[in-house]
Ligand binder design. Structure first.
Ligand code: GRG
Length: 298
């Protein structure tokens, strides 16, 4: 077998995800148009589409297809986009740029930005429920909704965001730093990988492997994000670089230094790849994605 062509794999899946997002988002002419324009603006502003691609890769690694999990793939991108819109608000990180464009509240105002985020989160759960029902029975729907709700809620992204905000300007412990990163970022990445495998009928052993992989991958992703905030440019990142230090955020480079942070991210990527052993050759794309997460520059 030749070397795996990750850029082609990513491009092909990005295209189908973008087509599906366009189909599943309410048209911007539907009432109220301001809300729908705001939802579309941030979702369609770009982004790597990492979470939906992980849903698809999770499904494919247990023998499923992209088509089988497409609503859930789009739902994870909607949840992610809602979190970015809310994170950029003046009450949180107060950012002007995201995905290389003005932030949602800068274009539509704060009230619509909050509501666009709320509407994306709500639509996501409708899509997940519909996808689960299309793929299986009530147990599958319940497993799927529970998994994603936990990853997005108080024991996941929202919980991590609260501790992140409350830690600004304070000296936090290594344990608190890990809590922030695993909850704020890794939970949704892990849930994306697992959701695809759940819908595609993965076995307990396969799901366990995916969970371990997703956890390590998600933490590595946030450590690399911290490193890029120090080393990258605003142009390259599409968002304001250097904000973490400015806001005295709890980050890996601030706590451990750049070199240790890089080594930790590399070790986590290797751990994520090793966890995929039970999935064999079908997990080649996820292994390549893991390396991409370490090497990415934006
Ligand atoms: C507001 C509930 C709530 C949560 C916010 C996701 C988040 C939590 C905040 C956004 C800021 C941040 C540093 C989040 C960590 C996750 C992260 C690195 C997001 C950026 O994800 P990418 O790089 O973005 O996948 P694209 O634009 O490529 O999709």
């Amino acid at each position: 077998m030749g070397a795996f062509d990750l850029p082609s794999y990513l491009n092909a899946r990005r295209v189908v995800v973008d087509e599906a997002l366009d189909r599943l988002l309410p048209p911007d002419t539907a009432t109220p148009p301001s809300l729908h324009r705001a939802m579309r603006y941030s979702v369609q502003a770009g982004g790597k589409r990492l979470r939906p691609i992980l849903v698809i890769a999770g499904a494919e690694s247990v023998g499923g297809t992209a088509e089988q999990v497409m609503e859930t793939a789009c739902a994870m991108e909607m949840i992610h986009t809602y979190s970015l819109i809310h994170d950029d608000l003046p009450a949180m990180d107060n950012d002007d740029y995201r995905r290389g464009m003005l932030t949602n509240h800068k274009v539509f105002g704060e009230a619509i930005a909050i509501l666009a985020g709320d509407a994306l989160l709500t639509l996501a759960f409708k899509l997940i429920a519909l996808n689960g029902a299309r793929a299986g029975d009530a147990t599958l729907v319940s497993t799927l909704v529970t998994e994603v709700a936990e990853a997005a809620g108080t024991d996941g992204m929202v919980g991590g965001q609260v501790v992140d905000i409350e830690s600004e300007g304070k000296a936090v412990s290594a344990e608190t730093l890990d809590y922030i990163h695993t909850h704020k970022t890794a939970a949704l990445i892990r849930a994306s990988l697992c959701a695809g495998a759940v819908i595609a009928g993965g076995t307990h052993r396969q799901l366990d492997a995916m969970k371990k992989c997703g956890e390590a991958l998600g933490l590595a992703f946030q450590i690399v994000d911290d490193i890029l905030d120090v080393e990258g440019s605003t142009e390259q990142l599409g968002k304001t670089a250097g904000k973490d230090a400015q806001q005295q955020k709890a980050t890996y480079p601030a706590y451990h230094g750049l070199e240790v942070s890089r080594a930790k991210a590399r070790a986590l990527i290797d751990e994520a790849k090793a966890a995929l052993a039970p999935l064999g050759e079908r997990a080649v794309p996820i292994r390549a994605l893991a390396d991409f997460i370490f090497e990415r520059r934006s």
